[in-house]
Ligand binder design. Structure first.
Ligand SMILES: Cc1cc2nc3c(=O)[nH]c(=O)nc-3n(C[C@H](O)[C@H](O)[C@H](O)COP(=O)(O)OP(=O)(O)OC[C@H]3O[C@@H](n4cnc5c(N)ncnc54)[C@H](O)[C@@H]3O)c2cc1C
Length: 386
């Protein structure tokens, strides 16, 4: 696609987002057209479509923003195509989705819809669906992987660590994420980041926070039992240890630590001695830093690893009555404040490979702070926010 077409696609999509109910209207219209023209596609989606609508708009925004980062976006689309095999999607469905999206966009901006804009969107959708279909069609393994829960522990109120035994061989890069479906919430796939690197014995671990009012995460946290079956899609994501030997700066909030912890454990397995890794592990309250004991243990044994605990609030909430663990000798004390501000005040991070994982607000505000101190944005990596 040429830059003119990319900019047309981007500005027309921004115009949708600029209207207060724009994204919701566009998504409603898209799904109505899709289900009317291709009724069989309704089966891919859950009964309640509200979250699905948000996810559609977020996914389009993510791709549209990166249309000029050719290699990165093609790799992301290929991963997404492989992941979509779990729905039983065929090439015809991609055509139906593309046509429904064009019709919904045209309806949305009827008076501004020009031939040029139409052709720019058709080009973009052709690139997107070709990248997804080619990757999906080139894959011959199972479209999804089943796993049995072997352990489930609530580590703090509302956060569970779930370990599963995969029934088929499954590989992923430490730092990637996967979509997961649990039996209690059929067709409601949610992304989770494995908290451990790929393991030959097929054990995989997830850390899950129950989002208040959420459809799936509260069920995953409170209803999971040993013996349950979970289904896992193909791995996605751009995070992971970089190919070069740059030092790393890792910044996580909440269960975002999973994607980073998997990479740290991989470095430990690889016997890293040279690559320095600084981890800023943040949460709202001190108790949100549930994984600190493990990180401290790793930092104690591996001098290349430094862990800085950060919480926005100085005190735990009333319902958390356990004492805050004291940092072992040689470990950094917890700092109170916003993680982005603390990271940028703590050192010169230029030249580091930087990874940011967590809530949208943490990712955006930390990115903003890093840019403000002159960090080259091309060294900062993050996947769609949690
Ligand atoms: C790349 C990626 C990796 C992820 N990895 C993990 C992980 O390892 N562990 C984990 O626990 N979660 C992770 N998530 C988040 C997870 O996929 C779900 O979005 C989350 O569990 C909420 O699902 P739900 O069905 O309970 O809520 P939904 O039913 O999807 O949402 C209900 C309401 O809650 C809001 N909401 C959704 N998510 C959040 C949130 N995080 N904070 C506040 N409000 C929210 C929605 O906007 C909606 O209004 C990841 C997300 C992404 C994009």
């Amino acid at each position: 696609m040429d830059s003119q077409a990319i900019s047309l696609v981007r500005s027309s999509f921004k115009a949708v987002a600029a209207v207060s109910d724009g994204p919701e209207r566009l998504a409603r219209s898209f799904y109505s057209i899709l289900f009317a023209c291709s009724p069989e596609t309704r089966e891919f989606f859950p009964a309640a479509m509200d979250v699905q609508r948000d996810r559609l708009v977020a996914a389009i925004a993510y791709v549209v923003d990166r249309l000029d980062e050719t290699d990165a976006i093609l790799e992301y689309l290929a991963q997404l195509g492989r992941d979509h095999r779990k729905y039983g999607v065929t090439d015809e469905h991609y055509t139906a989705v593309g046509n429904a999206l064009i019709s919904a966009l045209e309806d949305f901006g009827a008076e501004l819809w020009t031939e040029e804009l139409d052709s720019a969107w058709r080009d973009a959708l052709a690139v997107i669906s070709a990248a997804m279909m080619d990757a999906a069609n080139a894959q011959d393994g199972p479209p999804a992987f089943t796993a049995t829960v072997i352990e489930c522990t609530q580590v703090i109120k509302g956060v569970a660590v779930v370990r599963l035994q995969l029934r088929e061989p499954f590989t992923y890069r430490a730092g990637q994420y996967v979509s997961v479906q649990v039996a209690a919430r059929p067709r409601m796939w949610r992304y989770l980041s494995p908290a451990t690197p790929c393991d030959e014995s097929g054990v995989i671990e997830f850390h899950i926070r129950a989002v208040s009012g959420g459809w799936v995460s509260p069920a995953m946290v409170t209803k999971t039992a040993v013996g349950d079956t979970w289904v896992i899609g193909s791995p996605i994501g751009s995070l992971g240890l970089p190919d070069d030997d740059r030092d790393l700066l890792m910044i996580a909030s909440g269960t975002g630590i999973s994607a980073l912890r998997a990479q740290i454990l991989q470095l430990v397995d690889q016997g890293n001695t040279t690559r320095k890794v600084d981890v800023f592990y943040s949460g709202e309250y001190p108790c949100d830093l549930y994984d600190l004991p493990l990180l401290w243990k790793l930092a104690d044994k591996n001098s290349w690893l430094t862990v800085v605990p950060v919480s926005e609030e100085a005190e735990n909430p009333w319902w958390h009555t356990d004492e805050e663990p004291l940092p072992p000798i040689g470990m950094k004390k917890r700092i109170t404040g916003k993680v982005g501000k603390i990271v940028t005040a703590s050192g010169d991070w230029s030249g580091r490979d930087i990874q940011l994982v967590g809530s949208e607000s943490m990712v955006n505000s930390t990115n903003f702070r890093l840019r403000a101190v002159g960090i080259d944005v091309s060294t900062v990596r993050s996947d769609p926010a949690h």
